[in-house]
Design a protein around this ligand. Sequence first.
Ligand code: PMV
Length: 326
Amino acid sequence: MKATAVSPANIAFIKYWGKKDEEERIPLNDSFSMTTDEAYTTTTVEFSPEYQTDIVEMAGADVTGQEIARTVGFLDYLRANGYSELKARVRTKNSFPKGAGAASSASGFAALAVAGNASLGMKLSEREMTVITRIGSGSACRSIPDGFVYWKTAERSDDSYAFSLYPHDYWDLRDILVFVDQSMKKIPTTDGMKDIRSSPFWKARIASVPERMERMLQAFKNREFLKFGEILEEECLNMHAVMMTQKPPLYYLNHSTFRIMERVRHLRESGIPAYYTMDAGPNVHIICTSEYESAITDAMKITAGVKQVIVNKPCRGARLIEEHLF
Ligand code: PMV
């Protein structure tokens, strides 16, 4: 059966960096994120006796050997779960540049998991779907539920799942995604994360997350944007400090990133509440409430080094659709 899913990416407010278990992708700490409606992946999967080998295609882009290997590895996992030996054809389309730290692996694996399971005729609960998706790419499990999503760590694989803490319409936030570099990132997160314990700061980071999470969730619950934004930046800098002090050091941010961070501080000084956060790449996610969306977007469009701006709203998670890509 042919099945197609569309999945948003997500931006982490409290981030996932480092695993307890590499194979099962169980994170060292809980994380919290927002789905992004304009940065999404559409994927069609067909498991069929018609195919002799797995075929992996991407509309408008080449697929690297590493991407094919990781996709086929995940198809093997789906086959093992669904008691199938059929090969599959997979075709994917992204609404945004892939691999530049804009969480294309999150939307990519979430769409692949939902379409793949449907193609195999599997009926899973949302919780089970998040566990399976997590095996493909950790942060991808946060793209399955609705809106503002919490992913918890656990001792057992089945207990490390993601769920919607607040629906997408709980708070009318924006993620203004500012691209300063659209090329592929050099060090994939799976590889970079393995070295977390080589940073002298890693234990302090992991120990500090629960307290920061609690403060953030308190501010979030009350929709106190300024408090929330301050904790957002604190968390982002904390993760990047660990990345930069790993051996070898990981510099995902570049000079254009720092220029945008400075612009965001200037916007705040001029009375516009805006806060930044970056994942594993140089592109900046500026978080604001809806009323400041156009002022910030206009300011970014005339800032040197900015290549593209995508304005995201929180949205529902991954879902099946009727229109197939082949
Ligand atoms: O799941 P991965 O391998 O794409 O790791 C994502 C890690 C960060 O984007 C840096 C943080 C996060 O929680 O999304």
